[in-house]
Design a binder for this molecule. Structure first.
Ligand code: ADP
Ligand code: MG
Ligand code: MG
Length: 251
């Protein structure tokens, strides 16, 4: 599904990703952990094509196509979804308007028929119900005045409506209480656990991985994957911290 080879990327003239390689197959859930400033968010932004993040070397293929040649909206239409560490607020634009516009733009690019207002509301209602988010919230401006937990729930509703092939979720667990964490974990499993989908979960903590069990765990440090293992690696890191792994790598 996704093959990243020797990816180098910089932002604001500073090299952040320094030869990162990672392969994700359909049906797999990968977790990326690592210390602050390692380049985890930069990886997500670079894959999504965020302006200001420049690839200086390496390649990325997504579903058999060159991802880096595509514009951000084409990457999204191809099935890539990025959940933000800090979800943005969009005053004046309701969630319903925003999501229907996004979904229909993607459907147009794929040559699919657009959804009418009524058809869209049915899809939106099903996702909101599944996440325990009141439909009234979907009629409010995107994330404006939402609590941290509501923003993350809303992000899961967005993901459910967009229904991507690959979701990159950047610290989706940050700031969540234990009930919200379970809801978000259930959402990820329900929406994304499928033989033709995959997830890249960026997280500082192992606790989300109690709900969304990863097939692979990778440690990102100083712009590269320095260690990979199974779900047990997250438990080991939680116990022992990153220092040992990062030091061994540097030695
Ligand atoms: P992580 O998500 O692993 O905590 P980031 O990808 O956010 O790390 O950041 C990696 C490094 O890039 C950090 O040292 C950060 O300060 C730097 N960085 C990120 N964005 C910018 C920017 N816009 N300008 C300068 N430095 C940046
Ligand atoms: Mg961080
Ligand atoms: Mg980050």
């Amino acid at each position: 599904m996704l093959t990243i080879s020797n990816l180098h990327a910089e932002t604001a003239g500073k090299a952040i990703l320094k030869g990162l390689s990672l392969t994700i197959n359909a049906g797999e859930i990968h977790a990326i952990m690592g210390p602050n400033g390692a380049g985890k968010s930069t990886l997500g932004y670079t894959l999504a094509g965020r302006p200001g993040y420049e690839v200086t070397d390496g390649s990325v293929t997504f579903l058999g196509e060159d991802l880096l040649e595509k514009a951000p909206h084409e990457r999204a239409a191809a099935g890539l979804f990025l959940g933000f560490q800090y979800p943005v607020e969009i005053p004046g634009v309701s969630n319903v308007q925003f999501l229907r516009t996004a979904l229909n733009a993607q459907r147009r690019l794929r040559g699919q028929a657009e959804l009418s207002g009524g058809e869209f509301l049915k899809v939106a209602r099903a996702q909101a119900d599944a996440l325990g988010l009141n439909m009234d919230m979907l009629k409010r401006p995107v994330n404006v005045g939402f609590s941290g937990g509501e923003k993350k729930r809303n992000e899961m509703v967005q993901m459910g409506i967009i229904d991507p092939r690959l979701a990159i979720l950047d610290e989706t667990d940050s700031g969540l209480d234990i009930d919200a964490l379970r809801t978000v974990g259930d959402g990820i499993n329900r929406i994304m656990r499928a033989p033709d989908k995959a997830v890249l979960l960026i997280t500082h903590y192992q606790r989300l991985l109690d709900y969304v069990k990863p097939d692979f765990v990778h440690v990102l440090a100083d712009g590269r994957i320095v260690r990979s293992g199974g779900a047990e690696l997250a438990l080991e890191l939680e116990r022992e911290g990153y220092a040992e792994t990062v030091r061994e790598q540097a030695a």
